[in-house]
Design a protein around this ligand. Structure first.
Ligand code: GSH
Length: 239
């Protein structure tokens, strides 16, 4: 069962998860759920998707995650794992093929520290788009984001690697990517202009098969985001 259209309050509860796959509860345009989708694709894990209407959540979804957030992973044993970085680490632990987290404790700690740092950057994207939408001056928020991007750029320069964890993609790249995919949607594209290594990283990411499998066009992102900002999110946009 892989129904792309979202399920809302009143829809019948899905049956148990089949033995040979995982189930992802998602929303097609959610950047956090995309993190989990990236990991599922990168590791070649078999999974079905149930998209949730996040404004009219089915009761059976809230029973699985009382916080009401996607992404959520459910296993055939009925185990439920929530939160994008926790689902991602869980998948990397359970499925040993193509490890995305480094083998050393320090390597893993480095990724977690960068993720912690990046989590504090995420609100900046929303502040820029919200100011621009209201017709307010966004230059202060843009300057802040540029400074954060400069630091990320410096990391790549110092490491001399193609990606944030080395010369191949690791988990941290997938945790950050969904927000860069949406840069233009946020109206923050200009912030990448003076950070050439970071810009090259985005170009390399675009070549990745898991990124290609989960990407939406900028036009679709913009149309969804507009519906979201207007208070009537069109979760099925483009279907
Ligand atoms: N900290 C969560 C954030 C997930 C999140 O904010 N998901 C949004 C969709 S993009 C959601 O489920 N919103 C529903 C709501 O707020 O009720 C994670 O990393 O998984």
């Amino acid at each position: 069962m892989s129904a792309e259209k979202c399920l809302a309050e009143g829809s019948p509860a899905p049956g148990p998860v089949p033995q040979d796959r995982l189930r992802l509860y998602s929303m097609r345009f959610c950047p956090f759920a995309q993190r989990t989708r990236l990991v599922l694709h990168a590791k070649g894990i078999k999974f079905d998707t149930i998209n949730i209407h996040l404004k009219q959540k089915p009761g059976w979804f809230l029973e699985k995650n009382p916080d009401g957030l996607v992404p959520v992973i459910e296993t055939p044993a009925g185990e439920v794992v929530c939160e994008s970085h926790i689902t991602s680490e869980y998948l990397d632990e359970v499925y040993p093929e193509k490890k995305l987290l480094p083998a050393t404790p320090f390597g893993r700690a480095e990724q977690k520290m960068l993720l912690e740092h990046f989590s504090k950057i995420i609100p900046n994207f929303f502040k820029i788009s919200s100011a621009k939408r209201k017709g307010d001056d966004a230059s202060g928020f843009e300057a802040e984001l540029k400074e954060k991007f400069t630091k990320l750029n410096e990391r790549l320069v110092k490491r001399k690697t193609s990606f944030f964890g080395g010369d191949t993609i690791t988990l941290i790249d997938y945790m950050m990517w969904p927000f860069f995919e949406r840069l233009e949607m946020f109206g923050a594209q200009r912030c990448l202009e003076h950070t050439p290594e970071l810009k090259k990283w985005t170009e390399r990411m675009l070549e990745d098969p898991a990124v290609k499998a989960t990407i939406h066009s900028t036009d679709h992102h913009k149309a969804f985001f507009k519906s979201y900002q207007d208070g009537e999110p069109d979760y099925d946009y483009g279907l």
